[in-house]
Design a protein around this ligand. Structure first.
Ligand code: C2E
Ligand code: MG
Ligand code: MG
Ligand code: MG
Length: 294
């Protein structure tokens, strides 16, 4: 499977095209350079909360690229490009390495320990050495799998080129990693896979949250997903929560976890530290009260 995917990708990559005529290719070569130098790339972190109490429950690592000329470029733009042009494996490794290093740094500096969720691209999963790579990083930074969560989009899990994802996910989960389905509800799929695949958490896509609480259809969908997830013993996290009204609706509907601008925007590590470790108080006295592990 990995081979077949690889071949498709090399077919699409045509280095002979003139970079100057193709801004996308120029961007690809800039990204390649960014991976070599490393200092244009950065992980931002967005915290996850209980919608009623605001309690901290986890965080997601989100990749940022500060392009030297064009400024901040969205991962929505450069990740698909990296996937198409054979840079995703390297980019994905960079993210895993940085996420683990950050977890270790925080663990050694009195930050509350929260599960850090990392987005995993289809190509990283198909490639097959994700498990080894994670294990190597965890060992290097002395952190446990329980503190790393893997987010896979619904479309990745259902990609037929992947074959049966079950065994691979089971292996990762047996190691102790938590697994979430990202952008849940956008894959136009049958729900049967929820029974087959070993996952811990559903991330309800922002599309269903945006028009809450006014939109009756969205309200019904959100409630139905929450009730289904309860039956399947899956956690649900609502993405893209921006307003108090959305938050209140979710509390009433029994959703225990939210992520969105209402609580926090994605932010660089040092800003998160400032938020979670106010300078006025010694680190040690804060850790107990800040959070339960996510
Ligand atoms: P995602 O994993 O679904 O991440 C959530 C996206 O929603 C993030 O966009 C986040 O900044 C944004 N967001 C969070 N709260 C709100 C809100 O309240 N309102 C609105 N409007 N947006 C909100 P971002 O950081 O631009 O990332 C976009 C996508 O790029 C991610 O979607 C993920 O699929 C991908 N991505 C980001 N970092 C990585 C990475 O390290 N590896 C891989 N493979 N993909 C990544
Ligand atoms: Mg995600
Ligand atoms: Mg998402
Ligand atoms: Mg998304």
């Amino acid at each position: 499977n990995a081979k077949r995917l690889g071949r498709n990708h090399s077919l699409r990559f045509r280095p002979a095209l003139d970079k100057q005529d193709n801004p996308q290719l120029a961007l690809v070569s800039d990204l390649r350079a960014a991976l070599v130098s490393g200092d244009q790339l950065e992980l931002y972190f967005q915290t996850q909360h209980h919608p009623g109490t605001g309690e901290l429950l986890g965080m997601e690592a989100l990749l940022r690229w500060q392009h030297p000329r064009d400024g901040m470029i969205s991962p929505g733009e450069f990740i698909p490009l990296a996937e198409r042009h054979g840079l995703m494996a390297e980019l994905g490794s960079w993210v895993i390495e940085k996420a683990c290093a950050q977890q270790a740094h925080w663990a050694n500096n009195g930050m509350p320990t929260l599960t850090m969720w990392v987005n995993i691209s289809a190509l990283q999963l198909f490639h097959g050495d994700l498990e080894t790579q994670l294990a190597t990083c965890l060992k290097r930074y002395r952190i446990t799998p329980g503190h790393i969560g893997l987010e896979l989009t619904e479309s990745v899990l259902l990609d037929e080129r992947a074959g049966d994802m079950g065994p691979r996910l089971k292996a990762l989960r047996a190691q102790g990693y938590a697994i979430a389905i990202d952008d849940f509800g956008t894959g136009y799929s049958s729900l049967g896979y929820l029974k087959r695949l070993p996952v811990d958490k559903i991330k309800l896509d922002r599309a269903f949250i945006r028009e809450l609480p006014g939109d009756q259809a969205d309200a019904a969908i959100v409630k139905a997903v929450l009730s289904m997830a309860k039956g399947l013993e899956l956690d649900v996290i609502a993405e893209g929560v921006e307003t108090k009204e959305q938050c209140d609706f979710l509390v009433d509907a029994g959703c225990h976890m939210v992520q969105g601008f209402y609580f926090a925007r994605p932010q660089p590590a040092h800003e998160l530290e400032q938020r979670l470790l106010p300078q006025s108080q010694p680190a040690k006295s804060r850790t107990g009260s800040m959070a339960k592990a996510g």
